[in-house]
Design a protein around this ligand. Structure first.
Ligand code: SF4
Ligand code: SF4
Length: 422
């Protein structure tokens, strides 16, 4: 880890820069929570390898340390993806991530399944890829498989995970929060959202769902578990300044939550995470969940707004241009290679969506930047909001125990054991 460079970034009032590159919007899955599902008719796009290489060169020059290749489904173009990951590593990008919907792991009973997965794992292991996400939507296999449109994929992922481990890749289960996490049926069924006891019951449901999901992912062999916060176009449209260009959202009820429900689900996740921190590497920072809970429950905005458009950027596969994120599509920043990040060095302000890719690091690094900018202000904040800073310190200690979620290392269970029952 380039600690000295990262410290330098922080001294310059920046967090380690992050670029989410939408390599393609082609996809072969049927997820109801996403506008890129195979059943949506729109002209599909993919960025050329040369275009992305230029972006990676510029990214490295301007202090970007983290690059995520997203989709659509990036592994539809595995050979090119491997070239790009290697290129990003040689350009000096330290944290390289990508993910898959798991389509390559369907039908594990097919002849040659294991050798095919071995070949994929070998190809990726030969790159500097740091994290590989595999999407899982529900603790109930049939529910996940129906949502994705991939029958039998859970058994295939279960077989694939140890193969990846054998090649030194520790994939992360990636849960996109939706109403099917725990399967059908819940204690709030039959209760109307307007009922007085609806929200407490909804929170109870969400806690049960998160617990069963964590258990399920751990039993499948995952040693890192990430949670993506719900993205519904309803919520985004509530803010007129937003125009989603990253179509990983939908109007479907499955990802549409009221503000009250959001408050409860963030609280439920925040209360569930500690139970599993010693059993797997749980990515979701509780300080971020605490801020989101307060935002939706009390209308109090985090002291550490999102750094989208300052340190974090999204590259759209349709035009190859940079945007502050996948949801501020009205702010086309043009060719990333021509972008002068210094001119963008303005104060963070945005709380308009819950996109964890940018909000979680903004929250985690926020107090460090605050200390650099205004140490007395930070001390005042700590005095006023001691419980938040206690959670933040715990998160930081936990991130250290997890080697900042290095997906090329097995978990250090001896260090994680300190979080038993925390
Ligand atoms: S969520 Fe991912 S896998 Fe599902 S349709 Fe969207 S891009 Fe494809
Ligand atoms: S909170 Fe971050 S990701 Fe969401 S709209 Fe604002 S800048 Fe974009």
């Amino acid at each position: 880890m380039g600690v000295s460079h990262d410290l330098l970034s922080l001294m310059q009032k920046r967090i380690p820069g992050q670029l989410v590159i939408q390599f393609t919007d082609h996809c072969n899955a049927r997820c109801p929570q996403c506008g890129m599902r195979v059943t949506e008719a729109f002209p599909r796009t993919k960025l050329s390898v040369d275009r992305i290489k230029r972006i990676l060169d510029r990214a490295s020059e301007t202090g970007i340390k983290i690059v995520s290749f997203t989709g659509g489904e990036p592994l539809l173009f595995l050979d090119e993806l491997v070239v790009l990951i290697k290129y990003a590593g040689s350009a000096g990008i330290e944290y390289i991530r990508t993910g898959t919907n798991g389509f390559l792991f369907t039908q594990p009973e097919r002849p040659g399944f294991r050798s095919r997965v071995n070949r994929i794992a070998e190809m990726l292991a030969d790159t500097p890829l740091r994290n590989l996400w595999i999407s899982i939507d529900s603790a109930i296999p049939s529910v996940h498989e129906k949502m994705r449109g991939f029958p039998g994929v859970i058994a295939g992922i279960e077989e694939a995970v140890p193969i990846f481990h054998g090649h030194g890749i520790y994939p992360s289960a990636n849960l996109g929060i939706n109403r099917n996490i725990g399967g059908a049926g819940s204690v709030s069924d039959g209760c109307r959202p307007a009922d007085e006891d609806y929200l407490p019951l909804f929170m109870k449901d969400m806690k049960a769902a998160f617990r069963s999901f964590y258990r399920f992912a751990i039993n499948m062999g995952f040693t890192i578990i990430n949670t993506c916060y719900p993205m519904s176009i309803h919520g985004l449209n509530g803010n007129a300044s937003l125009k989603p260009i990253y179509a990983a959202n939908s109007t479907d009820y499955i990802v549409h939550y009221s503000s009250g429900e959001k408050a409860m689900l963030f609280r439920a996740l925040m209360e569930t995470v500690p139970e599993f921190r010693s059993k797997s590497r749980i990515f979701s920072p509780r300080c971020s969940l605490d801020s989101l809970y307060r935002q939706y429950a009390q209308g109090t905005m985090s002291d550490y707004p999102c750094r989208g458009g300052i340190d974090c950027f999204f590259i759209d596969s349709k035009d190859g241009n940079a945007y502050p994120c996948g949801f501020r599509g009205k702010e086309n920043l043009g060719d990333f290679c021509e972008l002068d990040r210094e001119k963008l060095n303005r104060e963070p302000f945005c709380h308009h969506c819950d996109w964890e890719c940018f909000r979680d690091p903004s929250e985690m690094f926020g107090p460090i930047l605050h200390a650099r900018r205004n140490p007395f202000g930070l001390l005042k904040n700590i005095a006023n909001r001691g419980s938040y800073f206690k959670i933040w310190m715990e998160d930081l200690r936990y991130y250290l125990a997890c080697d900042f979620f290095d997906g090329r290392k097995p978990p250090a269970y001896d260090r994680l054991s300190a979080w038993q029952g925390s």
